[in-house]
Design a protein around this ligand. Structure first.
Ligand code: HEM
Length: 394
């Protein structure tokens, strides 16, 4: 059995953990590859091989008990196919996957570039602003909204509610009242959207889902609402955080910055290394369907297991010198988008948005600097990134 020193604690709700989780991950991999948090009632896997194996074994590591530490936290997102096992998972995923094929996603590139230029143009003209508020949060929201058919006038509010749904005040465990209220507002907004699309169908994904059938039956509204929730939280928030994380790590690594600025063709590598080095999705939860033994300990059926993506991506067994931000490294083993049947449906889209956004940053944001003294972090047990990033340019 592994001996754990008393001070090794993984608390995904602790603000100190959000500040820098990586030293804790390194200790977990070395000292407690199967870690138990008795107080919060979960196990955690931190080594790459264990995290990947658990992602792949959906029959043992089920998603049906929810994929967040606080089940029900994201209200109806926890009723989406992200938190289902086959066969229902495969049926629902199959319905929307057509919208996310590499070919369909590639066709979005001109529009993504146009949006990126629009927002960055404003930022450059003003000599700076807030990189998150003025750009990183807007681009993914517009892209997802256009896919879903969310009207322009609702996007800002939806973004603000999504931020509130994710935020955890210091010392608070469980879903804070403000997050519940914001969830309710998002659901009400989506209910209205369904009503509108029923009245007047469009060419968007929501209209297609209203029209779709699985095994001869229409989808219940609850499943469509849950999908919308998933797209706004999982699809939108993660991409927003990716963009600001990319800026942060480039600014902190001047030699890497010089490399990318001299060859903008490296933007895609910049995206991949940011995802590996500091992924916006840190932790996914599974529930054991039967007893399971690992690293000499027995976990009983029904227990929750945290798969630590952020730690797997820094595993020295897989990545040489893992704590070095190196955009030229081989990132193919990175688990940033998961692996197996729940592999991120939006991975191609996120990669496209990331690459295009950063190419446009290189082209249109001259001599930018981040005011690190005024950076504000997001505080959430599994989403990692910045809520505010003051930036100057010109
Ligand atoms: C940097 C951006 C993103 C990251 C890091 C990310 C990460 C992930 C991860 C780790 C999973 C697997 C969850 C699990 O196994 O439990 C996942 C699933 C998913 N993601 Fe993403 N994601 C990103 C962007 C997007 C975008 C842009 C969309 C769509 C617009 C999207 C839609 C989804 C969906 C629908 C699933 C559920 C797939 C399933 O359960 O079969 N994601 N994502």
């Amino acid at each position: 059995m592994t001996t754990v020193s008393a001070v090794l604690e993984l608390d995904p709700f602790a603000w100190t953990f959000h500040d820098d989780p990586y030293p804790i991950y390194a200790r977990l991999r070395a000292e407690a590859p199967l870690y138990r948090n008795e107080q919060r009632g979960f196990w955690a896997l931190s080594r790459h091989a264990d995290v990947a194996a658990a992602f792949r074994d959906w029959e043992l590591f089920s998603s049906a008990g929810g994929v967040a530490l606080e089940h029900g936290a994201e209200a109806s997102a926890s009723a989406s196919f992200l938190a289902m096992d086959p066969p229902r998972h495969d049926q629902l995923r199959g319905l929307v996957s057509r919208a996310f094929t590499p070919r369909r996603v590639a066709a979005l590139e001109p529009r993504v570039r146009q949006l990126a230029r629009h927002y960055l143009g404003g930022l450059a003209q003003r000599g700076g602003g807030d990189f998150v508020d003025d750009f990183a949060a807007r681009l993914p929201m517009d892209v997802v909204s256009e896919l879903l058919g969310v009207p322009v006038e609702q996007r800002t509010e939806l973004r603000e509610w999504a931020d509130t749904v994710l935020h955890r005040p210091e010392g608070v465990v469980g879903i804070p009242p403000a997050a519940r209220v914001a969830s309710g507002k998002m659901v009400a907004c989506f209910v209205e959207l369904l009503r509108e699309r029923r009245r007047q169908p469009g060419t968007d994904l929501v209209s297609a889902l209203l029209d779709a059938e699985v095994t001869g039956e229409r989808l219940p509204d609850g499943e469509i609402l849950a999908f919308l929730f998933l797209m706004i939280i999982a699809g939108n928030e993660t991409t927003t955080k990716l963009l600001a994380n990319a800026m942060y790590w480039l600014s902190r690594n001047p030699e890497q910055r010089a490399l990318v600025e001299s060859d903008p063709g490296l933007a895609a590598r910049w995206v991949e290394e940011t995802l590996r080095y500091d992924n916006s999705t840190q932790i996914m939860i599974r529930t054991l369907t039967r007893d399971h033994e690992l690293h000499g300990r027995r976990m009983p059926a029904g227990d929750k297991v945290a798969l630590l993506i952020g730690s797997a991506n820094r595993d020295e067994r897989v990545f040489a010198d893992p704590d070095r931000f190196d955009i030229l490294r081989d990132t193919r083993e990175s688990l940033s988008f998961g692996v197996g049947i729940h592999f991120c449906l939006g991975a191609s889209l996120a990669r496209l948005e990331g690459r295009v956004a950063l190419e446009e940053v290189l082209a249109h944001l001259p001599r930018w600097t981040i005011d690190e003294s005024r950076l504000v972090r997001v505080h959430s047990p599994n989403v990692r990134g910045f809520a505010r990033m003051p930036l100057r340019c010109g």
